[in-house]
Design a protein around this ligand. Sequence first.
Ligand code: DGJ
Length: 724
Amino acid sequence: MNVQTSRGGEQVGIAYDETHRVWLLRTPHSAYAVACPSSVTVHHQEIPDPLLHVYWGEPVTLADAVHIGTVKRQRWSRRGFESPLDGAEEYPVRGGIRFGRAALAARFGATRSIEWRLVGSNTTRDGDTHQLTVEFADGPLHLALHYRIRADTDVIERWAVVTNTGDTPIELDRFDSATWTVPEADEYRLSHLSGRWSAETQLRHQILTDGEFVIGSRRGTTSHQANPWYAIDDGSATEESGTVYSGALAWSGVWQLATQKLSHGGVQVLGGVGHDGFGPYRLAPGESLTAPVFAGLYTADGFGGASRAWHAYQLRHVMPNPDADRPVLYNSWEATGFDVNEENQKALAARAASIGCELFVMDDGWFGARVDDHAGLGDWTVNPERFPNGLAPLIDEVHRLGMDFGIWVEPEMVNPDSDLYREHPDWVYHFADRTRHTMRNQLVLNLARPDVADWLYDRIDALLSDHDIQFVKWDMNRPFTEAGWPAETDNPERLWLDHVHNLYAVLDRLRAKHPGVAFESCSGGGARIDMGILARTDQVWTSDNTDAPDRLIIQHGYSQVYPARAMSCWVTDVPNFLDPRTVPLRYRFHAAMAGVLGVGGDLSEWSDADLAEATDLIAEYKTVRTIVQHGQLYRLRPPSPGLSAVQYVAPDRSEAVVLAYLGAQRFGERPPLLRLAGLDPHARYRVDGVDDPLTGAALHGFGLPLRLNGDYDSTLLHLTRVGD
Ligand code: DGJ
């Protein structure tokens, strides 16, 4: 059934031209078109029902899209040794006359080639949400390609579902969520995020040359090394102008984004679950497999515009409770490490409350035999020597001090030296005849097993039911190795997907049962930050690296796609455990105020002057945090040894916050004027420390002189609109 939800494609919705079989998806500031002609000619043969990419960019009409589709096909190469289908299809499969990367590669016994026929399509509307589904079948293999758009975002969500309608298994070597085709350009510049532990989400750019460039994770988690996001422009986009095509995969396990630049010029990005050694996944008779959302975004407003669109989309459509401000937390890890006990946590809590923290989080070391990282993981019972009366006295004291209480867990892991492992040695990923290699002295529980997932849910549910807890920091401190499941003989590769599906299901169940509990995703810092986990967590631990100058670089990369509302940041002690430099407390606070502020230093060592300064800075943060956590981000100047700055503008542009950082002063020079962005040019704004209000236009066009000097100097400026 075809439901036409928008005539001609002039308004948000999906329009369909039945004669040419062209769909136009219209978002507020973009259009996306696909066509499924009844056939195309490839090397003198008719190929039925190809689903072709037609258009992605600024809004066009349905008539334009029909025309563009026709012209594109007229321009197809007819050369020998080439396939015009390569680079032209919405979801290329392995099989037929195709030589590019396949989004779907299947084996039906000895046959490894797919020949589709269109079996249906429909568009639906639910309020402001519009969805297109196009369905294909090749014998028992059924494929549904989904597109979803909404009235308040230019993000297009795409995903795929495969079903085996036959009576023998079908093996899948590759099953991507979607393929995004970037319009023709003279050059293609890829931006992506790269890193490692304590150096996550560093922004990288490179010009694509012919061939393939692949980022991904083989580690079972999203990873520190790469993040499932990309942006492509023609090399000319800037922070605030130019066309950018971007994509992000909502998945927290193994994944791959493959960018291919074909020799005839086109660029496609294929993305989905599974690394290159993944598979085959044996799809059982009757089984359906749903790929996670691989969302795409077009913007004409540069990298900053793309980031703001991603942030708004996640706050509106991905994250739970996005409207709530996140509290200022204190975390014990860098102060007491594994040596937690009732007395030292109470002492830290008293100091945390006195400086204005609102949530006290006790980190690792409170359970089982966990006095260091050699033992106890998996035994989720309170250590009686450290907490002789259980956790209640500490929790009650934290509440009496006016703070919420949070606790650290790492539920997907087990130390071999634990009661859990002694009882259930088969509960970890392993191969029967291979070494079970530990990392950080621990093994990964086989969460793909339903009994392990149930056990895990029960343990955390009991912890939350037995204690008055408001926050859980959910950690995950090693990648998978020897990812085997000897008892699962039919489809052992399913563990890569089922681990994540079961993790999501456990979190969803816990959230439903304990709606007052917020969750933080942590994986040795930032190895599990993605839109899949953000759909069921309230914030993410950005990095174990809390050195403020390094953190500005990490936060810059993070902010390309993820919102400040989820970015957990702590102020810790100097020298930092990674770098011996000394950075003023104020600078450390200003770095952490760019997201969800927290404190992680050893407060028992802070001087009265430090505590007083921290109290003032936390109070100041509370006056501006709604703007930081919910405002629109403008990256005024990227991290650099000189001046860098970020700005957050309230949605109604009545207020703004600027955080500016001077890394080092050189040659006695003043820092450059800081030109602001995103304000109402006609409104006047009062700026801290400036006598006369200035118009938004003046703040954009001339800028602000900053009183910063020396090394590691910083400032927070709060702008308030005073009238037109
Ligand atoms: C890794 C986390 O990133 C740290 O913040 C801390 O929670 C440790 N794990 C505890 O083992």
